[in-house]
Design a protein around this ligand. Structure first.
Ligand SMILES: [Zn+2]
Length: 647
Protein backbone atom coordinates (compact mmCIF):
# COMPACT_ATOMS: atom_id res chain seq x y z
CA UNK A 1 0.00 0.00 0.00
CA UNK A 2 2.72 2.44 0.96
CA UNK A 3 4.69 1.51 -2.12
CA UNK A 4 1.78 2.31 -4.40
CA UNK A 5 1.31 5.72 -2.84
CA UNK A 6 4.97 6.53 -3.38
CA UNK A 7 4.71 5.65 -7.06
CA UNK A 8 1.63 7.80 -7.45
CA UNK A 9 3.29 10.78 -5.82
CA UNK A 10 6.28 10.51 -8.12
CA UNK A 11 4.21 9.92 -11.21
CA UNK A 12 1.76 12.75 -10.70
CA UNK A 13 4.17 15.68 -10.99
CA UNK A 14 5.83 14.06 -14.00
CA UNK A 15 2.54 13.94 -15.90
CA UNK A 16 1.82 17.50 -14.92
CA UNK A 17 5.17 18.81 -16.15
CA UNK A 18 5.03 17.08 -19.51
CA UNK A 19 1.56 18.49 -20.12
CA UNK A 20 2.74 22.01 -19.39
CA UNK A 21 5.70 21.60 -21.73
CA UNK A 22 3.38 20.48 -24.50
CA UNK A 23 0.99 23.38 -24.30
CA UNK A 24 3.62 26.08 -23.88
CA UNK A 25 6.19 25.10 -26.52
CA UNK A 26 4.64 22.90 -29.15
CA UNK A 27 1.69 25.06 -30.14
CA UNK A 28 3.34 26.43 -33.29
CA UNK A 29 5.25 24.54 -35.98
CA UNK A 30 5.85 24.99 -39.67
CA UNK A 31 7.15 22.82 -42.48
CA UNK A 32 10.46 23.59 -44.16
CA UNK A 33 11.75 23.25 -47.73
CA UNK A 34 15.03 23.52 -49.51
CA UNK A 35 14.80 23.84 -53.29
CA UNK A 36 17.64 23.42 -55.76
CA UNK A 37 16.25 24.25 -59.20
CA UNK A 38 18.13 24.26 -62.51
CA UNK A 39 16.39 25.51 -65.63
CA UNK A 40 17.54 25.89 -69.20
CA UNK A 41 15.48 28.44 -71.12
CA UNK A 42 14.98 28.50 -74.88
CA UNK A 43 14.03 32.08 -75.76
CA UNK A 44 12.96 31.05 -79.28
CA UNK A 45 10.36 28.46 -78.25
CA UNK A 46 9.65 30.07 -74.84
CA UNK A 47 10.01 26.68 -73.25
CA UNK A 48 12.36 25.41 -70.62
CA UNK A 49 13.34 22.16 -69.04
CA UNK A 50 14.10 21.93 -65.38
CA UNK A 51 15.37 19.78 -62.57
CA UNK A 52 14.01 20.39 -59.11
CA UNK A 53 15.52 18.84 -56.01
CA UNK A 54 13.36 19.46 -52.99
CA UNK A 55 14.30 18.55 -49.46
CA UNK A 56 11.17 18.57 -47.31
CA UNK A 57 11.06 18.59 -43.54
CA UNK A 58 7.83 17.37 -41.98
CA UNK A 59 7.85 19.25 -38.68
CA UNK A 60 4.25 18.36 -37.91
CA UNK A 61 3.25 15.50 -35.65
CA UNK A 62 1.30 13.98 -38.55
CA UNK A 63 2.25 11.15 -40.86
CA UNK A 64 1.95 12.30 -44.47
CA UNK A 65 0.82 9.75 -47.04
CA UNK A 66 0.47 12.26 -49.87
CA UNK A 67 2.03 15.52 -50.94
CA UNK A 68 0.67 18.18 -53.29
CA UNK A 69 2.38 20.61 -55.66
CA UNK A 70 1.02 23.65 -57.48
CA UNK A 71 1.29 23.66 -61.28
CA UNK A 72 0.06 27.21 -61.73
CA UNK A 73 0.75 27.63 -65.42
CA UNK A 74 -1.72 24.92 -66.37
CA UNK A 75 -4.36 27.57 -65.61
CA UNK A 76 -3.43 29.37 -68.82
CA UNK A 77 -5.24 26.94 -71.11
CA UNK A 78 -8.69 27.26 -72.71
CA UNK A 79 -11.47 25.89 -70.47
CA UNK A 80 -9.29 25.81 -67.36
CA UNK A 81 -11.04 26.68 -64.09
CA UNK A 82 -9.49 30.15 -64.28
CA UNK A 83 -10.79 30.62 -67.83
CA UNK A 84 -14.29 29.36 -67.00
CA UNK A 85 -14.53 31.54 -63.92
CA UNK A 86 -13.23 34.59 -65.73
CA UNK A 87 -15.74 34.28 -68.55
CA UNK A 88 -18.57 33.77 -66.06
CA UNK A 89 -17.65 36.99 -64.22
CA UNK A 90 -18.22 38.82 -67.50
CA UNK A 91 -21.92 38.06 -67.19
CA UNK A 92 -22.30 39.35 -63.61
CA UNK A 93 -22.82 42.97 -62.64
CA UNK A 94 -21.17 44.36 -59.51
CA UNK A 95 -20.14 47.82 -58.37
CA UNK A 96 -21.85 49.39 -61.38
CA UNK A 97 -20.09 47.37 -64.09
CA UNK A 98 -19.52 43.85 -65.38
CA UNK A 99 -17.35 41.87 -63.01
CA UNK A 100 -14.54 41.11 -65.50
CA UNK A 101 -10.93 41.20 -64.47
CA UNK A 102 -10.05 43.37 -67.47
CA UNK A 103 -6.62 41.74 -67.67
CA UNK A 104 -8.09 38.28 -68.15
CA UNK A 105 -11.58 38.51 -69.73
CA UNK A 106 -11.72 35.79 -72.40
CA UNK A 107 -8.03 35.95 -73.26
CA UNK A 108 -7.25 32.48 -71.88
CA UNK A 109 -10.03 31.00 -73.99
CA UNK A 110 -8.40 32.43 -77.10
CA UNK A 111 -4.85 31.22 -76.45
CA UNK A 112 -3.30 29.13 -79.24
CA UNK A 113 -1.24 26.00 -78.45
CA UNK A 114 2.05 27.89 -78.70
CA UNK A 115 0.68 30.65 -76.42
CA UNK A 116 -0.70 28.58 -73.57
CA UNK A 117 1.23 27.84 -70.41
CA UNK A 118 1.98 24.43 -69.02
CA UNK A 119 4.12 22.60 -66.51
CA UNK A 120 4.62 18.91 -67.34
CA UNK A 121 6.09 16.51 -64.82
CA UNK A 122 8.37 14.03 -66.54
CA UNK A 123 9.46 12.11 -63.46
CA UNK A 124 9.20 12.32 -59.70
CA UNK A 125 11.17 10.39 -57.13
CA UNK A 126 11.19 10.38 -53.36
CA UNK A 127 14.48 9.30 -51.81
CA UNK A 128 15.39 7.79 -55.17
CA UNK A 129 12.15 5.80 -55.65
CA UNK A 130 9.66 6.70 -58.40
CA UNK A 131 6.34 7.99 -57.09
CA UNK A 132 2.81 7.81 -58.48
CA UNK A 133 1.17 11.13 -59.22
CA UNK A 134 -1.99 12.62 -60.70
CA UNK A 135 -2.25 15.95 -62.50
CA UNK A 136 -5.49 17.71 -61.56
CA UNK A 137 -5.06 20.80 -63.77
CA UNK A 138 -3.13 23.18 -61.49
CA UNK A 139 -2.55 20.67 -58.69
CA UNK A 140 -0.22 17.68 -58.68
CA UNK A 141 -1.25 14.98 -56.22
CA UNK A 142 1.52 12.60 -55.27
CA UNK A 143 0.59 9.27 -53.66
CA UNK A 144 3.66 8.29 -51.68
CA UNK A 145 4.89 4.72 -51.62
CA UNK A 146 6.06 5.24 -48.03
CA UNK A 147 4.66 7.85 -45.67
CA UNK A 148 6.71 10.79 -44.43
CA UNK A 149 6.90 10.33 -40.69
CA UNK A 150 6.62 13.17 -38.18
CA UNK A 151 9.87 15.08 -37.59
CA UNK A 152 11.60 13.51 -40.57
CA UNK A 153 12.73 14.75 -43.96
CA UNK A 154 12.76 13.37 -47.49
CA UNK A 155 14.19 14.38 -50.86
CA UNK A 156 12.06 14.74 -53.97
CA UNK A 157 13.73 14.80 -57.38
CA UNK A 158 11.66 16.04 -60.26
CA UNK A 159 12.25 16.52 -63.97
CA UNK A 160 9.81 18.88 -65.63
CA UNK A 161 9.30 21.00 -68.67
CA UNK A 162 7.27 24.13 -69.11
CA UNK A 163 6.00 26.57 -71.67
CA UNK A 164 5.82 30.22 -70.66
CA UNK A 165 2.28 31.47 -71.40
CA UNK A 166 1.63 34.73 -73.16
CA UNK A 167 1.25 37.09 -70.22
CA UNK A 168 -2.38 37.08 -69.07
CA UNK A 169 -2.23 37.53 -65.33
CA UNK A 170 0.93 38.06 -63.24
CA UNK A 171 3.29 35.67 -65.02
CA UNK A 172 4.09 35.08 -68.64
CA UNK A 173 5.92 36.45 -71.62
CA UNK A 174 5.75 39.66 -73.61
CA UNK A 175 3.51 41.76 -71.36
CA UNK A 176 1.93 45.07 -72.34
CA UNK A 177 5.24 46.92 -71.80
CA UNK A 178 7.10 44.35 -73.89
CA UNK A 179 8.98 42.70 -71.01
CA UNK A 180 10.01 39.30 -72.35
CA UNK A 181 9.69 37.15 -69.20
CA UNK A 182 7.75 37.75 -65.97
CA UNK A 183 8.50 34.48 -64.23
CA UNK A 184 6.27 34.05 -61.22
CA UNK A 185 4.67 30.70 -60.33
CA UNK A 186 7.14 29.22 -62.81
CA UNK A 187 8.25 26.06 -60.98
CA UNK A 188 6.31 23.14 -59.47
CA UNK A 189 5.83 24.52 -55.98
CA UNK A 190 5.02 22.37 -52.97
CA UNK A 191 1.70 23.21 -51.32
CA UNK A 192 1.79 24.25 -47.68
CA UNK A 193 0.78 21.86 -44.93
CA UNK A 194 -0.15 23.53 -41.64
CA UNK A 195 -2.42 23.01 -38.65
CA UNK A 196 -5.35 23.04 -41.09
CA UNK A 197 -3.74 20.30 -43.21
CA UNK A 198 -2.84 20.53 -46.92
CA UNK A 199 -3.74 23.60 -48.97
CA UNK A 200 -4.04 22.25 -52.54
CA UNK A 201 -5.87 25.33 -53.81
CA UNK A 202 -6.66 25.11 -57.54
CA UNK A 203 -5.32 28.26 -59.18
CA UNK A 204 -7.85 30.69 -60.61
CA UNK A 205 -5.52 33.69 -60.72
CA UNK A 206 -5.66 34.95 -57.20
CA UNK A 207 -3.70 34.38 -54.00
CA UNK A 208 -0.69 32.39 -52.79
CA UNK A 209 0.66 30.50 -49.82
CA UNK A 210 4.04 28.81 -49.63
CA UNK A 211 6.36 26.80 -47.43
CA UNK A 212 9.20 28.64 -45.69
CA UNK A 213 12.67 27.63 -46.76
CA UNK A 214 15.77 28.22 -48.87
CA UNK A 215 16.05 28.45 -52.64
CA UNK A 216 19.08 27.80 -54.77
CA UNK A 217 18.23 28.59 -58.39
CA UNK A 218 20.30 28.29 -61.56
CA UNK A 219 18.89 29.93 -64.67
CA UNK A 220 20.58 29.32 -67.98
CA UNK A 221 19.40 31.77 -70.63
CA UNK A 222 20.67 33.63 -73.70
CA UNK A 223 23.70 35.71 -72.89
CA UNK A 224 22.10 39.05 -73.78
CA UNK A 225 19.24 38.69 -71.27
CA UNK A 226 19.42 40.53 -67.96
CA UNK A 227 17.85 38.63 -65.08
CA UNK A 228 16.22 40.11 -61.98
CA UNK A 229 15.22 37.76 -59.16
CA UNK A 230 14.40 36.97 -55.59
CA UNK A 231 17.71 36.08 -53.99
CA UNK A 232 21.32 37.10 -54.04
CA UNK A 233 23.34 36.57 -57.21
CA UNK A 234 26.22 34.23 -56.43
CA UNK A 235 28.25 34.63 -59.62
CA UNK A 236 28.15 38.39 -60.20
CA UNK A 237 31.70 38.37 -61.53
CA UNK A 238 30.71 36.02 -64.36
CA UNK A 239 27.49 37.85 -65.09
CA UNK A 240 28.09 41.59 -64.76
CA UNK A 241 25.14 43.67 -65.96
CA UNK A 242 25.49 45.97 -62.96
CA UNK A 243 25.57 43.18 -60.36
CA UNK A 244 29.36 43.11 -60.08
CA UNK A 245 31.05 45.16 -57.35
CA UNK A 246 32.41 48.37 -58.90
CA UNK A 247 35.90 48.00 -60.30
CA UNK A 248 35.60 44.24 -60.95
CA UNK A 249 36.46 42.81 -64.33
CA UNK A 250 33.65 40.58 -65.51
CA UNK A 251 34.73 37.34 -67.16
CA UNK A 252 31.82 35.64 -68.89
CA UNK A 253 32.25 31.99 -69.80
CA UNK A 254 32.26 31.09 -73.50
CA UNK A 255 29.02 30.05 -75.24
CA UNK A 256 25.73 31.66 -76.19
CA UNK A 257 24.16 31.18 -72.81
CA UNK A 258 24.87 32.54 -69.40
CA UNK A 259 24.05 30.77 -66.18
CA UNK A 260 22.72 32.91 -63.33
CA UNK A 261 23.05 31.44 -59.86
CA UNK A 262 20.79 32.88 -57.16
CA UNK A 263 20.48 31.98 -53.51
CA UNK A 264 17.49 33.06 -51.43
CA UNK A 265 17.47 32.07 -47.77
CA UNK A 266 14.33 32.06 -45.64
CA UNK A 267 11.64 32.89 -48.19
CA UNK A 268 8.41 31.19 -49.29
CA UNK A 269 8.55 31.80 -53.03
CA UNK A 270 10.96 32.76 -55.79
CA UNK A 271 10.28 35.10 -58.72
CA UNK A 272 12.46 36.14 -61.62
CA UNK A 273 12.18 38.21 -64.77
CA UNK A 274 14.39 38.61 -67.81
CA UNK A 275 14.73 40.98 -70.72
CA UNK A 276 17.60 41.94 -73.05
CA UNK A 277 16.82 45.65 -72.66
CA UNK A 278 16.52 46.01 -68.91
CA UNK A 279 18.16 49.07 -67.44
CA UNK A 280 19.53 48.03 -64.04
CA UNK A 281 19.92 50.62 -61.25
CA UNK A 282 21.14 49.91 -57.74
CA UNK A 283 21.31 51.92 -54.55
CA UNK A 284 22.78 50.95 -51.22
CA UNK A 285 20.34 52.45 -48.72
CA UNK A 286 21.88 51.35 -45.47
CA UNK A 287 24.29 48.82 -44.12
CA UNK A 288 23.23 45.44 -45.43
CA UNK A 289 20.53 46.58 -47.83
CA UNK A 290 20.78 47.30 -51.55
CA UNK A 291 17.78 48.22 -53.67
CA UNK A 292 17.54 47.36 -57.35
CA UNK A 293 15.36 48.65 -60.17
CA UNK A 294 14.94 46.95 -63.55
CA UNK A 295 12.99 48.67 -66.32
CA UNK A 296 12.98 49.26 -70.01
CA UNK A 297 11.87 52.07 -72.25
CA UNK A 298 9.72 50.96 -75.18
CA UNK A 299 8.50 54.13 -76.93
CA UNK A 300 5.55 52.38 -78.65
CA UNK A 301 4.12 50.96 -75.44
CA UNK A 302 4.62 54.25 -73.58
CA UNK A 303 2.82 56.06 -76.40
CA UNK A 304 -0.03 53.58 -76.08
CA UNK A 305 -0.18 54.25 -72.33
CA UNK A 306 -0.39 57.96 -73.05
CA UNK A 307 -3.22 57.47 -75.54
CA UNK A 308 -5.23 55.61 -72.91
CA UNK A 309 -4.98 58.45 -70.39
CA UNK A 310 -8.04 60.51 -69.54
CA UNK A 311 -8.37 63.99 -71.04
CA UNK A 312 -7.59 65.66 -67.70
CA UNK A 313 -4.54 63.47 -67.25
CA UNK A 314 -3.33 64.30 -70.77
CA UNK A 315 -3.72 67.97 -70.00
CA UNK A 316 -1.26 67.53 -67.12
CA UNK A 317 1.29 66.66 -69.80
CA UNK A 318 0.27 69.66 -71.96
CA UNK A 319 -1.25 67.12 -74.37
CA UNK A 320 2.28 66.23 -75.39
CA UNK A 321 3.26 62.53 -75.48
CA UNK A 322 6.94 63.50 -75.17
CA UNK A 323 6.25 65.04 -71.78
CA UNK A 324 4.61 61.80 -70.73
CA UNK A 325 7.64 59.85 -71.96
CA UNK A 326 9.95 62.02 -69.85
CA UNK A 327 7.66 61.62 -66.85
CA UNK A 328 7.66 57.84 -67.32
CA UNK A 329 11.44 57.69 -67.46
CA UNK A 330 11.94 60.03 -64.53
CA UNK A 331 9.66 57.94 -62.32
CA UNK A 332 11.95 54.96 -62.83
CA UNK A 333 15.12 57.04 -62.56
CA UNK A 334 14.00 58.57 -59.26
CA UNK A 335 12.37 55.45 -57.87
CA UNK A 336 15.22 54.22 -55.67
CA UNK A 337 15.74 57.72 -54.28
CA UNK A 338 12.04 58.01 -53.39
CA UNK A 339 11.71 54.59 -51.75
CA UNK A 340 14.92 54.96 -49.79
CA UNK A 341 13.45 58.13 -48.30
CA UNK A 342 10.47 56.08 -47.14
CA UNK A 343 12.49 53.23 -45.65
CA UNK A 344 13.33 54.72 -42.21
CA UNK A 345 9.64 55.45 -41.57
CA UNK A 346 8.60 52.02 -42.82
CA UNK A 347 11.09 50.24 -40.57
CA UNK A 348 10.29 52.37 -37.54
CA UNK A 349 6.55 51.85 -37.94
CA UNK A 350 6.30 48.29 -39.22
CA UNK A 351 9.60 46.62 -38.27
CA UNK A 352 12.96 46.09 -39.96
CA UNK A 353 13.11 44.95 -43.59
CA UNK A 354 15.07 41.83 -42.81
CA UNK A 355 16.70 40.89 -46.13
CA UNK A 356 19.78 42.29 -47.85
CA UNK A 357 18.10 43.06 -51.14
CA UNK A 358 14.88 44.28 -52.70
CA UNK A 359 14.12 44.65 -56.41
CA UNK A 360 11.49 46.72 -58.21
CA UNK A 361 11.10 44.87 -61.48
CA UNK A 362 9.12 45.97 -64.48
CA UNK A 363 6.95 43.05 -65.52
CA UNK A 364 3.62 41.42 -64.98
CA UNK A 365 0.34 43.26 -65.22
CA UNK A 366 0.03 45.78 -62.38
CA UNK A 367 1.76 45.19 -59.10
CA UNK A 368 2.40 41.86 -57.47
CA UNK A 369 4.45 41.01 -54.43
CA UNK A 370 7.06 38.29 -54.09
CA UNK A 371 9.82 37.73 -51.55
CA UNK A 372 12.54 40.36 -51.98
CA UNK A 373 10.97 41.63 -55.20
CA UNK A 374 7.91 42.97 -56.92
CA UNK A 375 6.68 42.92 -60.50
CA UNK A 376 5.20 46.29 -61.40
CA UNK A 377 4.10 47.94 -64.62
CA UNK A 378 5.17 51.47 -63.80
CA UNK A 379 7.12 53.11 -61.00
CA UNK A 380 4.28 55.25 -59.61
CA UNK A 381 4.74 55.84 -55.86
CA UNK A 382 1.37 54.35 -54.89
CA UNK A 383 2.10 51.04 -56.59
CA UNK A 384 5.73 50.64 -55.53
CA UNK A 385 5.09 51.59 -51.90
CA UNK A 386 2.11 49.24 -51.70
CA UNK A 387 4.14 46.38 -53.18
CA UNK A 388 7.14 46.96 -50.96
CA UNK A 389 4.87 47.05 -47.90
CA UNK A 390 3.91 43.52 -48.87
CA UNK A 391 7.43 42.53 -47.81
CA UNK A 392 6.04 42.98 -44.33
CA UNK A 393 2.47 41.84 -44.87
CA UNK A 394 2.92 38.58 -46.73
CA UNK A 395 6.69 38.60 -47.37
CA UNK A 396 7.88 38.33 -43.76
CA UNK A 397 4.49 37.95 -42.04
CA UNK A 398 3.43 35.17 -44.37
CA UNK A 399 -0.30 34.83 -43.83
CA UNK A 400 -2.19 32.38 -46.02
CA UNK A 401 -3.36 34.92 -48.59
CA UNK A 402 -6.18 32.69 -49.76
CA UNK A 403 -7.77 32.55 -46.33
CA UNK A 404 -6.75 35.94 -44.97
CA UNK A 405 -6.32 38.15 -48.03
CA UNK A 406 -7.34 41.13 -45.90
CA UNK A 407 -4.31 40.56 -43.65
CA UNK A 408 -1.90 41.20 -46.51
CA UNK A 409 -3.86 43.36 -48.96
CA UNK A 410 -5.67 45.33 -46.27
CA UNK A 411 -2.61 45.80 -44.10
CA UNK A 412 -0.47 46.82 -47.12
CA UNK A 413 -3.16 49.31 -48.20
CA UNK A 414 -3.30 50.75 -44.70
CA UNK A 415 0.50 51.01 -44.48
CA UNK A 416 0.73 52.51 -47.95
CA UNK A 417 -1.47 55.45 -46.87
CA UNK A 418 0.74 56.11 -43.87
CA UNK A 419 3.97 55.96 -45.87
CA UNK A 420 2.39 58.11 -48.55
CA UNK A 421 1.55 60.74 -45.96
CA UNK A 422 5.05 60.58 -44.53
CA UNK A 423 6.50 61.19 -48.00
CA UNK A 424 4.29 64.29 -48.27
CA UNK A 425 2.46 62.88 -51.28
CA UNK A 426 -1.07 63.26 -49.93
CA UNK A 427 -3.08 66.32 -50.84
CA UNK A 428 -5.56 66.01 -47.97
CA UNK A 429 -3.79 64.93 -44.78
CA UNK A 430 -6.68 65.61 -42.37
CA UNK A 431 -7.74 61.97 -42.49
CA UNK A 432 -5.38 59.92 -44.57
CA UNK A 433 -7.68 56.91 -44.83
CA UNK A 434 -10.68 58.98 -46.02
CA UNK A 435 -10.71 57.39 -49.49
CA UNK A 436 -10.44 53.91 -47.98
CA UNK A 437 -13.45 54.51 -45.72
CA UNK A 438 -15.40 55.97 -48.65
CA UNK A 439 -14.82 52.78 -50.63
CA UNK A 440 -15.95 50.67 -47.68
CA UNK A 441 -19.21 52.62 -47.45
CA UNK A 442 -19.73 52.03 -51.19
CA UNK A 443 -19.18 48.31 -50.69
CA UNK A 444 -21.84 48.24 -47.96
CA UNK A 445 -24.29 50.12 -50.19
CA UNK A 446 -23.62 47.84 -53.17
CA UNK A 447 -25.25 44.89 -51.41
CA UNK A 448 -22.40 42.68 -52.71
CA UNK A 449 -20.42 42.52 -49.49
CA UNK A 450 -19.29 39.10 -48.24
CA UNK A 451 -17.57 38.37 -44.91
CA UNK A 452 -13.77 38.63 -44.74
CA UNK A 453 -13.70 34.96 -43.74
CA UNK A 454 -14.58 34.08 -47.34
CA UNK A 455 -11.75 32.19 -49.07
CA UNK A 456 -10.25 34.61 -51.63
CA UNK A 457 -11.08 32.34 -54.57
CA UNK A 458 -14.69 31.89 -53.54
CA UNK A 459 -16.03 35.44 -53.40
CA UNK A 460 -18.98 35.72 -55.76
CA UNK A 461 -17.53 38.79 -57.43
CA UNK A 462 -14.10 40.29 -58.07
CA UNK A 463 -15.63 43.53 -56.80
CA UNK A 464 -16.53 42.11 -53.38
CA UNK A 465 -13.14 40.38 -53.07
CA UNK A 466 -11.22 43.51 -53.92
CA UNK A 467 -13.11 45.82 -51.62
CA UNK A 468 -13.24 43.33 -48.77
CA UNK A 469 -9.56 42.48 -48.82
CA UNK A 470 -7.94 45.81 -49.72
CA UNK A 471 -10.46 48.19 -48.20
CA UNK A 472 -12.27 46.53 -45.31
CA UNK A 473 -8.93 45.03 -44.25
CA UNK A 474 -7.33 48.49 -44.16
CA UNK A 475 -10.28 49.94 -42.24
CA UNK A 476 -9.82 47.08 -39.76
CA UNK A 477 -6.44 48.48 -38.67
CA UNK A 478 -7.39 52.14 -38.60
CA UNK A 479 -10.55 51.35 -36.68
CA UNK A 480 -8.56 49.13 -34.31
CA UNK A 481 -6.71 52.34 -33.42
CA UNK A 482 -10.05 53.95 -32.62
CA UNK A 483 -10.75 51.13 -30.14
CA UNK A 484 -7.31 50.69 -28.55
CA UNK A 485 -5.88 54.15 -29.22
CA UNK A 486 -3.51 54.83 -32.11
CA UNK A 487 -0.41 54.41 -29.98
CA UNK A 488 -1.42 50.93 -28.80
CA UNK A 489 -2.33 49.96 -32.38
CA UNK A 490 1.18 50.93 -33.50
CA UNK A 491 2.68 48.85 -30.69
CA UNK A 492 0.48 45.94 -31.78
CA UNK A 493 1.89 46.15 -35.32
CA UNK A 494 5.47 46.08 -34.06
CA UNK A 495 4.80 43.24 -31.63
CA UNK A 496 3.04 41.28 -34.38
CA UNK A 497 6.16 41.74 -36.52
CA UNK A 498 8.48 40.78 -33.65
CA UNK A 499 6.67 37.55 -32.80
CA UNK A 500 5.47 36.37 -36.18
CA UNK A 501 7.95 37.33 -38.88
CA UNK A 502 9.20 34.38 -40.91
CA UNK A 503 6.13 32.44 -39.81
CA UNK A 504 2.51 31.97 -40.90
CA UNK A 505 0.35 34.04 -38.55
CA UNK A 506 -3.43 33.84 -38.82
CA UNK A 507 -6.21 36.07 -37.61
CA UNK A 508 -6.23 34.62 -34.10
CA UNK A 509 -2.48 35.11 -33.72
CA UNK A 510 -2.93 38.77 -34.61
CA UNK A 511 -5.89 39.20 -32.29
CA UNK A 512 -4.05 37.64 -29.34
CA UNK A 513 -1.18 40.10 -29.79
CA UNK A 514 -3.68 42.95 -30.07
CA UNK A 515 -5.38 41.86 -26.85
CA UNK A 516 -2.16 41.46 -24.89
CA UNK A 517 -0.65 44.77 -26.01
CA UNK A 518 -3.84 46.78 -25.50
CA UNK A 519 -4.89 44.89 -22.36
CA UNK A 520 -8.41 44.63 -23.80
CA UNK A 521 -10.66 41.85 -25.01
CA UNK A 522 -11.05 42.25 -28.76
CA UNK A 523 -12.58 38.92 -29.82
CA UNK A 524 -15.91 40.69 -30.41
CA UNK A 525 -14.22 43.03 -32.91
CA UNK A 526 -12.96 40.05 -34.90
CA UNK A 527 -16.31 38.27 -34.68
CA UNK A 528 -18.30 41.22 -36.01
CA UNK A 529 -15.84 42.86 -38.43
CA UNK A 530 -14.20 39.76 -39.90
CA UNK A 531 -16.76 36.99 -39.55
CA UNK A 532 -19.88 38.96 -40.53
CA UNK A 533 -21.03 41.83 -42.70
CA UNK A 534 -22.72 43.63 -39.80
CA UNK A 535 -22.40 47.40 -39.89
CA UNK A 536 -21.98 50.25 -37.45
CA UNK A 537 -24.40 53.12 -37.01
CA UNK A 538 -24.59 55.38 -33.97
CA UNK A 539 -26.55 58.61 -33.82
CA UNK A 540 -27.37 61.51 -31.56
CA UNK A 541 -30.95 60.95 -30.51
CA UNK A 542 -31.85 63.90 -28.27
CA UNK A 543 -30.48 66.62 -25.98
CA UNK A 544 -32.09 68.30 -23.02
CA UNK A 545 -31.20 70.38 -20.01
CA UNK A 546 -31.83 69.10 -16.50
CA UNK A 547 -30.77 71.02 -13.38
CA UNK A 548 -28.35 73.28 -15.28
CA UNK A 549 -26.65 70.26 -16.89
CA UNK A 550 -26.97 68.91 -20.41
CA UNK A 551 -28.03 65.36 -21.11
CA UNK A 552 -27.44 63.73 -24.48
CA UNK A 553 -29.02 60.47 -25.51
CA UNK A 554 -27.11 58.32 -28.00
CA UNK A 555 -28.74 55.68 -30.10
CA UNK A 556 -27.24 52.50 -31.54
CA UNK A 557 -29.10 51.54 -34.71
CA UNK A 558 -26.33 49.50 -36.36
CA UNK A 559 -25.97 45.75 -35.88
CA UNK A 560 -22.36 45.96 -34.66
CA UNK A 561 -21.54 47.48 -31.26
CA UNK A 562 -18.54 49.75 -30.73
CA UNK A 563 -17.15 52.08 -28.07
CA UNK A 564 -18.21 55.70 -28.56
CA UNK A 565 -16.21 58.93 -28.56
CA UNK A 566 -18.57 61.88 -28.26
CA UNK A 567 -17.08 65.32 -28.55
CA UNK A 568 -18.80 68.53 -27.43
CA UNK A 569 -17.59 71.90 -28.65
CA UNK A 570 -18.67 74.99 -26.74
CA UNK A 571 -19.18 78.63 -27.67
CA UNK A 572 -15.87 79.53 -26.02
CA UNK A 573 -14.14 77.00 -28.34
CA UNK A 574 -13.32 74.60 -25.52
CA UNK A 575 -14.09 70.93 -25.98
CA UNK A 576 -15.05 67.92 -23.92
CA UNK A 577 -14.66 64.27 -24.87
CA UNK A 578 -17.22 61.85 -23.48
CA UNK A 579 -15.87 58.33 -23.83
CA UNK A 580 -18.07 55.24 -23.45
CA UNK A 581 -16.16 51.97 -23.70
CA UNK A 582 -18.04 48.88 -24.89
CA UNK A 583 -18.60 46.40 -22.09
CA UNK A 584 -17.08 43.56 -24.15
CA UNK A 585 -13.69 45.35 -24.10
CA UNK A 586 -13.05 44.96 -20.37
CA UNK A 587 -10.78 47.96 -20.68
CA UNK A 588 -10.57 51.50 -21.94
CA UNK A 589 -8.28 53.26 -24.36
CA UNK A 590 -5.74 55.70 -22.96
CA UNK A 591 -6.36 59.43 -23.45
CA UNK A 592 -5.22 60.23 -26.97
CA UNK A 593 -5.39 64.03 -26.94
CA UNK A 594 -4.37 65.48 -23.55
CA UNK A 595 -5.54 68.96 -24.60
CA UNK A 596 -9.20 67.86 -24.47
CA UNK A 597 -10.60 66.86 -21.05
CA UNK A 598 -12.10 63.38 -21.18
CA UNK A 599 -14.88 61.92 -19.10
CA UNK A 600 -14.95 58.12 -19.10
CA UNK A 601 -18.28 56.36 -18.51
CA UNK A 602 -19.21 52.93 -17.28
CA UNK A 603 -19.18 50.62 -20.31
CA UNK A 604 -22.14 50.47 -22.72
CA UNK A 605 -23.65 46.96 -22.56
CA UNK A 606 -23.84 45.66 -26.13
CA UNK A 607 -27.48 44.63 -25.67
CA UNK A 608 -28.61 48.21 -25.00
CA UNK A 609 -29.79 50.51 -27.76
CA UNK A 610 -29.40 53.80 -25.92
CA UNK A 611 -26.97 55.52 -23.57
CA UNK A 612 -27.24 58.90 -21.86
CA UNK A 613 -24.18 61.09 -21.23
CA UNK A 614 -24.07 64.25 -19.19
CA UNK A 615 -22.12 67.52 -19.36
CA UNK A 616 -21.87 70.05 -16.55
CA UNK A 617 -22.21 72.80 -19.12
CA UNK A 618 -25.53 74.38 -20.10
CA UNK A 619 -27.23 73.30 -23.30
CA UNK A 620 -27.05 76.87 -24.62
CA UNK A 621 -23.23 76.74 -24.35
CA UNK A 622 -22.94 73.90 -26.82
CA UNK A 623 -22.18 74.57 -30.47
CA UNK A 624 -21.56 71.08 -31.84
CA UNK A 625 -22.05 67.53 -30.69
CA UNK A 626 -20.19 64.89 -32.68
CA UNK A 627 -19.71 61.15 -32.47
CA UNK A 628 -16.12 60.28 -33.41
CA UNK A 629 -14.74 63.51 -34.88
CA UNK A 630 -11.61 61.49 -35.84
CA UNK A 631 -13.68 59.66 -38.51
CA UNK A 632 -11.99 56.35 -37.61
CA UNK A 633 -15.28 54.72 -36.64
CA UNK A 634 -16.65 53.16 -39.83
CA UNK A 635 -20.15 54.45 -39.15
CA UNK A 636 -22.11 53.86 -42.35
CA UNK A 637 -24.47 56.77 -41.70
CA UNK A 638 -22.28 59.66 -40.66
CA UNK A 639 -24.91 62.34 -41.25
CA UNK A 640 -26.56 61.58 -37.91
CA UNK A 641 -23.23 61.64 -36.05
CA UNK A 642 -22.96 65.41 -35.91
CA UNK A 643 -25.32 68.01 -34.64
CA UNK A 644 -24.77 71.73 -34.99
CA UNK A 645 -26.79 73.80 -32.58
CA UNK A 646 -27.84 77.17 -33.91
CA UNK A 647 -28.81 79.57 -31.17
ZN1 LIG B 1 -1.38 44.22 -52.66
Amino acid sequence: MKKIIAVLIIAAPLIGLSQIAKTSTSSYWQQKVKYVIDVDVNVETNRFSGKEKLQYWNNSSDTLTKVFYHLYWNAFQPNSMMDVRSRRQGTIEAGGRLDWDSRVTDRIFNLKPDQIGYQKILSLKMNGRSQKFKVLETILEVILDKPILPKSNVIFDMDFEAQVPVQIRRSGRDNAEGVRYSMSQWYPKLCEYDKQGWHPTPYIGREFYGVWGDYDVNISIDKNYIVAATGYLQNANQVGYGYEPSGTTVTRPAGNKLSWHFSAPNVHDFVWAADPDYIHLTKKVRDGLTLHAFYKVVPDSIKKQYENLSATRKLQFQNNPDNYMNFYKSQWEQLLEMVSEALPFMEKTFGKYDYKQYSFIQGGDGGMEYPMATLVRGAGPDVVIHEWMHSWYQGMLATNESLYAWMDEGFATYAESRVYKWLGLLIDTSFIHAETYKSYYQLVKSGKEEPLTTHADHFNTNYAYKLASYIKGAVFLEQLGYITGAEARDKILLEYYRQWRFKHPDVDDFMRIAEKVSDMKLDWYKEYWINTTRTIDYSIDSLWEEGGKTKIRLLKTGSMPMPVDLQLTFKDSTKELHYIPLNLMYGEKPIEDPTIPRKTYTPWPWTNDTYVVESNRKLADIVTVEIDPSKRLADIERKNNRLELKW
